[in-house]
Design a protein around this ligand. Sequence first.
Ligand SMILES: Nc1ncnc2c1ncn2[C@@H]1O[C@H](COP(=O)(O)OP(=O)(O)O)[C@@H](O)[C@H]1O
Ligand SMILES: [Mg+2]
Ligand SMILES: [Zn+2]
Length: 455
Amino acid sequence: MAKARTRTVFFCQQCGGEQSRWLGRCPDCGTWNSLVEAQVERNPAPAALPALPKAEPQSLPTITADRFERITVEYDEFNRVLGGGIVPGSLVLIGGEPGVGKSTLLAQVSGALVQKIGKVLYISGEESVQQIKLRADRLGIREADLYLLAETSLDDALAAMESLQPRAVVVDSIQTMYLESLESAAGSVSQVRECAVRLQRWAKARHVPIFLVGHVTKEGAIAGPRVLEHIVDCVLYLEGERFQSYRLLRSTKNRFGSTHEIGVFEMQGDGLVEVLNPSAAFLAERSETATGSAVTVTMEGTRPILVEIQALTSPSAYGMARRTANGIDMNRLHLLTAVLTKRVGLDLGAQDIFVNVVGGLKIGEPAADLAIALAVASSFRDLALDHEMVYLGEVGLGGELRSTGQIERRLLEASKLGFSRALIPAAIKRDRINVEGMRLIAAADLASAIELFAD
Ligand SMILES: Nc1ncnc2c1ncn2[C@@H]1O[C@H](COP(=O)(O)OP(=O)(O)O)[C@@H](O)[C@H]1O
Ligand SMILES: [Mg+2]
Ligand SMILES: [Zn+2]
């Protein structure tokens, strides 16, 4: 009896986990009702797929460490996020909301790649080649070895890749590609996964990097990039606030380097421009007189970045205190508000509180607690903080200040940007820190930190 060509599996739309049967709750991530049925191929068609060379056991000293010889492009911010450049044969997913600039970024990277390694094939299932050409004109990309292909059939795309033999490939977007052999629609979990698996096999066999664009979507019929995270080697997300021009490229998975690296760009009329000194950019429009503002240093991967935290408190209108957090976790704001109320004695119960991280960066680190809490206290009590000072430290539930990691690197960055004082937790051994031109002031808890500025 001939085996069926496809088999039925169930994928979680939240985490991409695969199950052999339907379950009400995903055993991998715990989400309810997230499994969807999908058909996957039993034996992927060999057509257009070059065979992988058979691996032989190798003696350790004979293996050269530069297995990841990397391709660097002229965008350092891009190289950095990938861990120092593009690894040949890797599959890189670039996710982000529609309109954030994924196609722009990859068009620019493609142009830069042509200069470095030759032919690049840009496959688009979203736009016509004329539309892509218009964008390329606007971005000033003219490379003759940049090839465009408007295609949604993955079999045809793979055939084109085989005949052109490009040195790098872009697929924009993975959700528009489909395999004829699968019955489900383009963008479904099974299509997206199978297409990615095929592309990965081609990338490995040909030793050519492939970039996949993936739209971030609300849960629903269309499979989001999360489903692909298991398959690809690197996952980068391009983020940005709708009304701000900064774009952050963040790595959340990297088989060839560290994660949580970020690259900073600014969207301009002629494309994405690198922001080589993000600290300076994020602080550029800082007002030096207003209350409710404190600067902290956040670590993004290995990179310290200075950001301004702004807070505003104002009496609630209807006895319903509102809390708004932009760029920090709402739970963190609730916690810090509770600590300010209970441990410091600030009566914030009837206050609306707004906190904003200037520039659109999202901070996930508790090291910013002190700056957030001081910004709130400063607005509420009309206290002027010290504008030549940076504020570092985690706030505990008892109001105590706890030390944060990599303090010296943070202080060095602050010093480079012209800050001369730092308020840090007393728990940090000050005599161990030596940053030229930086005076360290210590506080044991939030209340005594606030007292420093009260008159
Ligand atoms: N003619 C234009 N002039 C200036 N900026 C533009 C122009 N067209 C598009 N953009 C910018 O490019 C963004 C869309 O980028 P794109 O790379 O197409 O996004 P994505 O591929 O992520 O959907 C727009 O939000 C806008 O900021
Ligand atoms: Mg696009
Ligand atoms: Zn799951």
